[in-house]
Design a protein around this ligand. Structure first.
Ligand code: NAD
Length: 241
């Protein structure tokens, strides 16, 4: 198997996707057992649907919130924590996660960019409102919660389809990528833009680029120069030790 001498790299960036949480019992969109064929899921993940059917959207995401809240980090999440702890002070590990499940956070990783937000947070839909997004494990299945400050609707703090990435997340990810010398994508199908383009940015900056996934997709993304096929929860403990 590919070997990594972690001491050679100063800025390590990991891009994680749904596959890293599969062993925690959270289903992926694509790949074996993927949820993607469920048209209802696609509709309830769309920002336009929140405008017209907010309670339906809340019911669906409340269910996802419950699943994510009950899930436990697996060996892949925990290996990344061990890696971060083992680094010298002049090295860093940034995790850009597409996942909204909060599992890197719960595992104890320190530098996480939750690129698509977190289902375990709620925010006001009114961008002008000063209510900060807050940690929330409540399930909203009977009525749509309202903002205590401006009475607009509250919503899950995630990026829905037809929404753009929050500026702060986009900037933090860009900064991490521009200086990285090792880029590893884990458990992602590489289909969701802009995260799917991160490997190109890293490669063009001269970083080593590795994909750890159950399926290969170099034909649609040639910037991954090494691929390790298999389950993240088995590969990462071996790679990191
Ligand atoms: P994806 O569902 O499109 O692809 C998952 C990939 O992981 C597939 O290529 C699959 O082969 C691979 N995989 C499955 N099990 C694996 C394992 N044990 N080890 C390694 N690889 C494994 O996921 P994506 O690329 O992250 O894009 C989906 C979008 O959906 C993201 O934007 C994400 O926000 C969202 N999503 C999040 C979660 C979550 O938070 N856990 C779950 C489903 C979808």
């Amino acid at each position: 198997m590919t070997k990594i001498d972690w001491s050679e790299y100063s800025k390590i960036v990991v891009l994680s996707g749904a596959g890293i949480s599969a062993a925690s019992g959270i289903r992926t969109y694509r790949g074996p057992d993927g949820l993607w064929n469920d048209q209802k899921l696609v509709r309830l993940s769309d920002a336009y649907t929140f405008r017209t059917e907010p309670l339906e959207v809340w019911k669906f995401w409340s269910q996802t919130r419950k699943i994510c809240n009950q899930a436990e980090p697996n060996a892949a999440h925990l290996s990344l924590v061990s890696l971060e702890k083992s680094l010298r002070p002049d090295q860093s590990l940034s995790i850009i996660t597409q996942n909204i499940d909060g599992l890197h956070d719960r595992a104890g990783s320190l530098h996480i960019i939750q690129y698509h937000g977190s289902v375990l947070r709620t925010r006001c839909e009114n961008f002008l409102c000063s209510l900060e997004p807050f940690t929330d494990t409540k399930l909203y299945v009977d009525e749509v919660p309202l903002c205590p400050l401006c009475r607009a609707r509250l919503r899950p703090d995630i990026v829905l389809f037809n929404e753009t990435i929050p500026e702060h997340n986009a900037r933090s990810a860009q900064e991490a990528l521009l200086s990285c010398d090792l880029f590893i994508a884990i458990g992602t199908s590489g289909t969701v833009y802009p995260a799917s383009d991160f490997v190109r940015i890293a490669h063009e900056r001269g970083a080593r680029t590795i994909l750890i996934n159950m399926e290969e997709f170099v034909e649609r993304n040639p910037y991954f120069k090494e691929t390790i096929l298999g389950k993240a929860e088995l590969i990462l403990p071996e790679l990191i030790g």
